[in-house]
Design a protein around this ligand. Structure first.
Ligand SMILES: [Zn+2]
Length: 267
């Protein structure tokens, strides 16, 4: 036990209060020890502003400041997604809902609805394009939940173009099955009573595939017959959007031709 006795005899008690000759306490050793340790750490620090040559300090400070600003801007853009022509706080980004319904497994091309869901008096059919080259009901559903913070896919149906979803394949979304209000039109009336159909593709740059067009005509025909929707209420997104403008569904998707195709078979 020599090392132990040696330790206590050679190292004074770190908590002892030292007094001067008159008996008044002076700095405790404990504080002294911390101060020394702190000084030693600072002295050993590898990164020190003072080590940087003076002429580099200002540009470096500006660069760091801009980096911080960029981080703030990027996180703000993530928190406030741009929609309806303005930024909106999406709490879904802060608190992603774990209770969001899953996209149910549907029979392809089915227009079946949940027997428990209250029927909705659909009056409009609103046609959209995705404005991207690829995608599917699943990928848009994930995007609408994760990025927009919505409960599920905003459209009622998605028609694939072979890139992400079968060419001409119609996929119904959870809002169709549940007969819920859509999130696609930027118009309260058309979200409430409009069936949102999105075709994958950018029809300002390309044409809908023949299979997509056939599927669209077939789906609109079935839905407008079932709900008694007037041809004039079959509309492109750009025709009904309130506030702000959109090219949706693109100049190559002819809504008038769609109405005529739907009507021609009715007669
Ligand atoms: Zn649209």
């Amino acid at each position: 036990m020599n090392w132990l006795t040696d330790f206590f005899y050679t190292n004074p008690d770190p908590f002892e209060t030292l007094t001067d000759a008159a008996g008044t306490p002076i700095e405790s050793r404990r504080r002294e020890t911390f101060r020394h340790a702190f000084k030693a750490r600072r002295g050993r620090s590898k990164i020190s502003w003072k080590k940087i040559p003076k002429r580099f300090r200002k540009p470096l400070a500006i660069a760091l400041g801009m980096l911080l600003l960029a981080a703030v801007v990027v996180s703000a853009m993530w928190l406030f997604p741009y929609k309806n022509g303005r930024r909106e706080l999406s709490l879904g980004n802060l608190f992603p809902s774990s209770a969001a319904p899953e996209l149910p497994e549907f029979e392809e091309e089915s227009t079946a609805t949940d027997p428990k869901a209250a029927p909705r008096r659909w009056r409009y059919i609103v046609v959209h394009h995705s404005a991207g080259t690829s995608g599917s009901a699943q990928s848009f559903d994930a995007y609408h939940r994760e990025v927009r913070g919505w409960q599920s896919l905003g459209y009622h149906f998605v028609i694939g173009n072979g890139k992400g979803q079968g060419d001409g394949k119609i996929a119904p979304g959870p809002r169709w099955y549940g007969q819920q209000t859509g999130a696609h039109a930027h118009s309260a009336e058309h979200n409430e009573f409009g069936i949102g159909i999105c075709l994958v593709g950018n029809f300002d740059a390309q044409e809908p595939t023949p299979a997509q067009w056939r599927a669209l005509v077939d789906l609109v025909k079935r839905l407008s017959a079932k709900y008694g929707i007037q041809p004039s209420n079959i509309v492109g997104h750009c025709q009904i959007r309130q506030g702000g403008t959109t090219a949706c569904p693109g100049k190559n998707l002819n809504v008038q031709a769609l109405r005529e195709a739907v009507m021609s078979d009715r007669r």
